[in-house]
Design a protein around this ligand. Structure first.
Ligand code: GLU
Length: 453
């Protein structure tokens, strides 16, 4: 039976969602992220109505500011190009804005805002003092020379430098932005500032002031999260057949850790197709192709004569026990979910940000597939970013093993918090709702304490 409190919470949430739709036309990804979060908060609002009185959700969906700017740069032939730069500073209730920069032609206001919004909650789950932000550009780094990347990045930083700093906003990498790009940014920022503020960025090269294990942390963290989920079912990653989409940092290190824990990774993909080997892929060869040679995944066949390359078809058609979508948003839809279920998948863990569509998630959950939501499962990257900030400000650096231990503890804690919030709010087993409620409460309580701002 629907109670009055429940009705009130539902209509409040629907109203906020409608307002977001009205005020942000043509931003489907942002709308999708808000909708997922808002719906899972109904049981919380029912029990703690003061969050509605304080208009916390309405305040959260409106970023503190959205910065857009022109990025003009010239290529190696002297041809001038103009791209658009973005930084959304969403919420700094619990710490400086923190989140990555994405360089990809698909980047627009909707993408940056969905990522920035989710980042608030992901960061809160890590229990580190970091707020939520995100940025990037519609610049396509594929096929560009090092010098072109440097000139673009310097031009990008000429504008972004006005808005960031170790206690203000701390960018990092995301799709298309790795150590090379971050180090160029550190260089240009230092020059513009006239000060050595390396804590203004994370994901730096080790000699530039980066942290050990930052590169591996998102992928390793996703597998640690999967271990926690499976432990609950008295199972583990060992002996499982795994598929991992994507061939960026997240995917490469998720595969590496899964293999280390005794799983067989049978397929992985990039934008050109997927590779498959029933007996397991050689992750070090894939790393070589992607990180050193920067080639398409099909060249893996040069290293493994028993593997096959599939240009047509989708990786989700490969039979597996565990699937890690680690490429990009909405890469796994309802049909893919059906295929996975038909093939007997037992758990799906999101290494990327919002890789599963709402319908795909619903289908998986309705068919008893354990689901690890990205906000929780891929928080390991930003968690180690916060550890990088801590090392930069204390000037004391930790070993790989020390950081690995901290990451394991953080991922176990995120799982525990999400699972117990789900239980407390009568949605036991639903880690999406649990993670959303736990994260929202953490930020909301601080916003209440800080007054109406
Ligand atoms: N881009 C990563 C994410 O989606 C990392 C952000 C960071 O380290 O600030 O969480």
């Amino acid at each position: 039976m629907t109670t009055i409190k429940q009705k009130k919470a539902e209509s409040y949430v629907n109203n906020v969602i409608e307002q977001v739709k009205e005020k942000n036309p043509n931003q489907p990804e942002f709308y999708q992220a808000v909708q997922e979060m808002a719906h899972s908060l109904i049981p919380l609002f029912e029990r703690v109505p003061h969050y509605m009185d304080y208009a916390i959700l309405e305040r959260m969906v409106e970023p503190d500011r959205m910065i857009t700017f022109r990025v003009a740069w010239s290529d190696d032939d002297g041809v001038i190009h103009v791209n658009r730069g973005f930084r959304v500073q969403f919420n700094n209730a619990i710490g400086p804005y923190k989140g990555g920069l994405r360089f990809d032609p698909s980047v627009n206001e909707s993408i940056v805002k969905f990522l920035g919004f989710d980042q608030i909650f992901k960061n809160a789950l890590t229990d580190q003092a970091i707020g939520g932000g995100k940025g990037g550009s519609d610049f396509d780094p594929k096929g560009k020379s090092d010098m072109e990347i440097m000139r673009f990045t310097q031009s990008f930083m000429n504008e972004l430098s006005k808005y960031i700093g170790p206690n203000v906003d701390v960018p990092a990498g995301d799709i298309g932005v790795g150590g090379r790009e971050i180090d160029f940014m550190v260089g240009q920022y230092k020059r513009l500032r006239g000060a050595f503020e390396k804590g203004a960025f994370t994901g730096k090269g080790i000699d530039v002031g980066g942290s050990l294990m930052r590169t591996e942390s998102t992928g390793y963290g996703a597998v640690y999260f999967a271990e926690q989920m499976l432990k609950h079912e008295e199972s583990d990653v060992e002996g499982k057949k795994v598929i991992v989409s994507g061939a960026g940092k997240v995917s490469l290190y998720a595969m590496e850790k899964a293999v280390e824990l005794g799983a067989t990774v049978v397929a992985c993909s990039d934008s050109s197709g997927y590779i498959f080997n029933e007996d397991g892929l050689d992750v070090s060869a894939i790393k070589q192709i992607k990180e050193e040679e920067r080639k398409q995944i099909s060249s893996y066949l040069d290293y493994d004569e028993n593997a096959t390359f599939h240009e047509e078809g989708r990786i989700w058609e490969v039979k597996c026990d565990l699937a890690f979508p680690c490429a990009t948003q909405n890469e796994l839809d309802e049909d893919d979910a059906k295929q996975l279920v038909e093939n007997g998948v037992t758990a799906v863990v999101e290494g990327a940000n919002m890789p599963c569509t709402e319908k795909a998630i619903q289908y998986l959950q309705n068919n008893d597939v354990r689901f690890g939501p990205g906000k929780a499962a891929n928080a390991g990257g930003v968690a180690v970013s916060a550890l990088e900030m801590a090392q930069n400000s204390s000037r004391v650096y930790w070993s790989f093993d020390e950081i690995d231990g901290m990451l394991k503890d953080i991922m176990a804690d995120i799982y525990k918090k999400s699972a117990s919030a789900a239980k407390e709010y009568d949605v036991e087993g639903d880690l999406i709702s649990g993670a959303n409620i736990a994260a929202f409460k953490k930020v909301a309580d601080v916003m209440v304490a800080q007054g109406i701002i």
